[in-house]
Design a protein around this ligand. Structure first.
Ligand code: UDP
Length: 241
């Protein structure tokens, strides 16, 4: 592959910037240190977050690809810049939960930490203006967000990713409480996994102490935010048993 030339900035989000390259099939995703929570009402900088999240995501995408979950990751170009395949993002955020925390605890009155008997898949409409409301398959159909077949595929891919990632994190003494995935379509119509998988988008608890090692440290002002991201990185890329 030729040296990648970073081109026009296509989109800047809260945590990442997307750039075109000279190859129309490839984009560069730059991971930023800025952090937001509560629909952008809380803002801050988490030092080295971009580099941590890029490396963590890269490793997790490799693990998923090895197990047959197709995703957009190609390679890391620098500590914060990831080369990815071009996708048309499906405007649905797919959350998988193993243990109650965050919004499901509030919505259903479940104490944080309550194990769920089976993994729960939830769909949210990707809309900053509306604060990503919870939706179901009927809304997806009514709003023409994706076909029934695509929803079936992304639900299965999300559940399979949960099995793979839960096992991977367990080997690193981490509990995967919940996480959010985004999917997109390739030019041939196939649905693959996109975006990122990092402590910004996963809840990860230390297996033994149950300490939170994810963005909840920022959301809830728990302190040691940078340390938590670095700890996850070192466990994910290291050989912790
Ligand atoms: N999540 C995310 N982006 C969002 C909303 C949620 O990455 O816009 C992740 C979040 O980090 C957590 C999971 O999805 O791992 C479930 O989040 P929840 O619905 O509990 O909402 P929160 O408490 O994060 O507002």
């Amino acid at each position: 592959m030729d040296t990648v030339k970073i081109g026009d900035r296509l989109y800047e989000g809260k945590a990442k910037i997307l750039y075109a390259t000279q190859d129309p099939d490839l984009y560069v995703m730059k991971f930023k240190d800025s952090a937001t929570a509560f629909d952008g009402k809380k803002k801050g900088i988490i030092e080295d977050k971009g580099a941590c999240n890029a490396r963590i995501s890269a490793k997790l995408f490799e693990v998923l690809a090895d197990e047959g979950v197709a995703n957009h990751y190609v390679k890391l170009l620098s500590p914060t810049d990831m080369l990815v395949r071009r996708l048309t993002i499906i405007p649905i955020e797919v959350v998988v939960r193993n243990i109650a925390a965050g919004s499901i605890s509030k919505r259903l009155g479940l104490e944080e930490g309550t194990p769920l008997k089976v993994p729960v898949v939830e769909l949210y409409l990707k809309s900053d203006a509306l604060g990503d409301p919870l939706i179901n398959e009927y809304h997806v159909r009514a709003l023409n967000l994706a076909t029934d077949e695509e929803v079936g595929v992304l639900t299965n891919m999300a559940l399979r990713s949960n099995e793979i990632l839960s096992g991977f994190f367990a080997d690193k003494r981490l509990i995967l409480v919940d996480f959010k995935l985004e999917f997109g379509k390739r030019p041939d119509g196939s649905v693959i996994l996109g975006d990122e998988i990092s402590p910004d988008t996963c809840r990860l608890w230390d297996r033994d102490s149950k300490e939170k090692l994810d963005k909840d440290r920022f959301r809830r002002d728990l302190g040691s935010v940078e340390e938590a991201y670095r700890e996850v990185l070192s466990r994910v890329i290291g050989e912790v048993d």
